[in-house]
Design a protein around this ligand. Structure first.
Ligand SMILES: *Cc1c(COP(=O)(O)O)cnc(C)c1O
Length: 379
């Protein structure tokens, strides 16, 4: 048996909608399917505005432009994240300032943010790791006190909640990803969400290559022209049609992911008691979306052994982020604030288990193998 870490799930409707998009004769961006997806996002996140992008990375880049990041401006973020979280700001001359994560959720430690703020700080970028929310009340309060923007990296967080509110709908703006490894996917894809209406007009311009084409389409201006910086951030209608098929089934996709997540969680209770692993911790105020099921092994040696054992059995669990702060580009473009002890410890202990709708039949086999290796660790 071969069990990959991820296998992109499709609902069966994707090709029908792509065919329909072709029949409609509009294949560039911002057509019928883009509108449907954007309306769905607004309805499901409570955001004021949603713009589909060709990636989560593109949405972060748009956010960095909208935040008006200037050379030397600082942006506080975790080091335990994907490169795009930092890159988007570095592309504008910004400086990522890396702060350590919490031991329970592996999210940005909100108690360490304030000490990292300087005169140059412009924004805080919380990353909702594994779709479990950061402490957004505390983060929003710090931002308000110091007049900073909060840009949520909600790439993992679609349809997750914090105190009843959808992730991506809490900060000033946020980025979602529909990369094939995420819960809802279109191969490559993403969205920028705006929760503050004052950014709406400029966001549309940045999205449409620096032009006021969106206003032209609404009949608000007679011609469209170059009015600001921008780029081509729209996905085509082919991508949006694919994504729409996924959004229609989002509820059942999440249910299936959560069923697998819950099966892992229940199966590992005993091993956690025996001390061979730590399971994910989801605070009471968070409802998550089953994005990642991870285990924390005792140390790096056990992380390596665990993965090696599974690969021999045809199962492919994977590690996750290599901390950005001591990466080649992280050293060059960013700096760390304080010691990032938890970040570096977690990075060498964490293993993500295969999790995708369609692997239900294989779960017993995965759990049996996990049982075997963890019993050895416990012996
Ligand atoms: C996936 C991801 C991104 C980037 O999304 P893409 O759609 O792949 O560009 C950004 N941040 C985090 C935390 C991610 O997991």
């Amino acid at each position: 048996m071969k069990i990959p870490f991820n296998r992109p799930f499709t609902t069966g409707k994707e090709l029908d909608y792509i065919e329909d998009a072709i029949k409609r004769g509009h294949l560039s961006g911002n057509g019928e399917y883009t509108k449907r997806c954007q309306d769905w996002l607004i309805k499901n996140t409570g955001s004021r505005m949603a713009l589909l992008t060709h990636s989560g990375t593109a949405a972060l880049e748009m956010a960095a432009i909208l935040a008006d990041i200037q050379p030397g401006d600082e942006v506080i973020m975790p080091s335990y994240t994907f490169t795009s979280t930092a890159n988007a700001f570095v592309l504008r001359g910004g400086v990522p300032v890396f702060v350590d994560i919490r031991r329970d959720t592996l999210n940005l430690d909100e108690t360490k943010i304030e000490a990292a703020i300087t005169r140059r700080t412009k924004a805080i970028v919380p990353v909702h790791y594994a779709g479990v929310a950061c402490e957004m009340d505390a983060i929003m309060a710090i931002a308000e006190k110091h007049h900073l923007l909060v840009i949520e990296d909600a790439a993992h967080g679609i349809l997750s909640r914090y105190k009843g509110r959808a992730l991506g709908g809490i900060g000033h703006m946020s980025a979602l990803s529909f990369h094939e490894t995420k819960d809802i996917l279109s191969g490559e894809g993403g969205a920028l969400l705006l929760n503050d209406q004052s950014y709406a007009e400029r966001a549309e311009i940045i999205w449409e290559k620096g032009t006021d084409r969106s206003r032209f389409f609404r009949g608000e201006v007679k011609k469209y022209s170059w009015v600001d910086i921008g780029s081509s951030y729209l996905p085509s209608e082919i991508t949006a049609a694919f994504l729409w098929a996924q959004m229609e089934e989002a509820g059942s996709i999440l249910d299936r992911r959560l069923a697998i997540w819950n099966a892992y969680h229940a199966a590992f209770v005993g091993h956690e008691k025996n001390g061979s692993i730590r399971r994910p911790i989801v605070p009471d105020e968070c409802v998550h979306n089953g994005h990642i099921y991870y285990l924390l092994l005792p140390d790096h040696m056990h992380q390596t052994e665990f993965i090696r054992h599974f690969r021999e059995k045809g199962i492919n669990p994977v590690i996750h982020y290599l901390p950005l702060d001591d990466s080649i580009a992280g050293i060059k473009y960013g700096r760390k604030h304080g010691e990032l002890g938890i970040t570096h410890e977690i990075s060498v202990r964490l293993v993500r288990m295969p999790l995708w709708p369609g692997m239900e039949d294989m779960l017993d086999y995965v759990l049996d193998e996990a049982d075997k290796i963890l019993k050895e660790v416990e012996a």
